[in-house]
Design a binder for this molecule. Structure first.
Ligand code: SAM
Length: 314
């Protein structure tokens, strides 16, 4: 398999995200017993970056819990462009381990993740079947309730085939996660994927975290920095404001959709959480954090009445 230089740059964004998460975890922003397996040594990041990652992880978690509250654990989670996300293991340690958890990414990422899982007992013991086995099929890792499969999200046929192979059922309540992923797909590919998901799952919630408002000066710098690393932001939608992102989800078959910039999300987090995090590190550049937060958005799009009231303050 060969990757284009651009694919490689996109694959590398996972390393970056994992290192930033590990740094913030080490500084006490949130707890994650598994991230150290996926990023060995990391340099300290700027306080604004750590705080941004805290809001991102905390906000995703908040909506994941809202989803699980509404349908209990007889459900499935599909993690698009999962990278080295540790959510599966974190849920497994809580009372909220779900029926089926499926992770998709480029093969360069899933094969590394699979290798790390197999080498570390603490990761492996949480996914293996009763006899301690995991199955490798076509290079993908399958076990009862956890599947890590390679897939190019731009190829809908492959997405369908891999989801079916991972035992995904259209009838189960489904949570789809897209954390900093869709932004790397061209609009036609992202739209086809989202339309497919909304039409396949009558009871589903989609969480999208990614850049927004990229049309202004700060946004232009963000785009330039990414393209300097060889990484094009392909989606046209990312110049738009959050309200337009929600509108886009409605036009792609979701019944309800809401979107907020991360400044709004941050202010909606419980006061005690914000106070705790604010005490962790001095912020040198308050303005920079504000700019960063207003250039990222969280969008929640749903189908089915049970999820229609998922909201920032629900
Ligand atoms: N979701 C993870 C997180 O937030 O920590 C990883 C985010 S990382 C910025 C983006 C991920 O999306 C990378 O792992 C990359 O390989 C994956 N990705 C981007 N385009 C993809 C595609 N067309 N097919 C599969 N995976 C893709």
């Amino acid at each position: 398999i060969s990757w284009t230089a651009e694919d490689e740059a996109i694959i590398a964004t996972n390393t970056d995200a994992t290192e930033c998460k590990r740094c913030a975890v080490e500084l006490g922003y949130w707890k994650d017993d598994y991230i150290t397996y996926f990023a060995k040594h990391v340099d300290r990041k700027a306080p604004e970056i750590n705080r941004g990652y805290y809001a991102r992880v905390r906000a995703m978690e908040m909506f994941i819990h809202q989803f699980l509250e509404r349908c209990d654990t007889k459900c499935q989670i599909i993690n698009l462009g999962c990278g080295f996300d540790t959510l599966y293991w974190r849920l497994k340690d809580s009372t909220q381990a779900v029926g089926n958890f499926v992770e998709l990414d480029f093969q360069a990422v899933t094969s590394k993740k699979s290798h790390i899982i197999k080498r570390n007992k603490q990761l492996l013991e949480k996914i293996s079947n009763e006899d301690g086995e995991v199955m490798i099929r076509e290079g993908d890792l399958h076990s009862d309730g956890y599947h890590l499969v390679s897939c190019d999200l731009r190829c809908l046929g492959e997405v369908r085939r891999k989801l079916a192979g991972a035992g995904v059922s259209p009838d189960a309540p489904t949570l789809v996660l897209a954390e900093c992923v869709l932004v790397y797909l061209r609009p036609d590919a992202a739209h086809a994927l989202l339309r497919h998901l909304s039409s396949t799952f009558p009871r589903c919630a989609l969480l999208v975290y990614e850049q927004c408002n990229l049309g202004d000066k700060f946004g232009e710098v963000m785009v330039r920095n990414l393209s300097a690393r060889g990484c094009a932001l392909a989606g046209e939608g990312y110049c738009r404001e959050p309200a337009a992102q929600a509108q886009r989800m409605l036009s792609l078959g979701f019944q309800a959709a809401r979107s907020w910039d991360m400044h709004t999300v941050w202010r909606a987090l419980p006061e005690e959480d914000r106070a705790r995090v604010e005490a962790l590190e001095m912020l040198d550049e308050r303005e920079l954090l504000l700019q960063l937060n207003s250039h990222y958005a969280l969008t929640v799009a749903t189908r089915g009445d049970i999820f229609a009231d998922m909201d920032l303050n629900a």
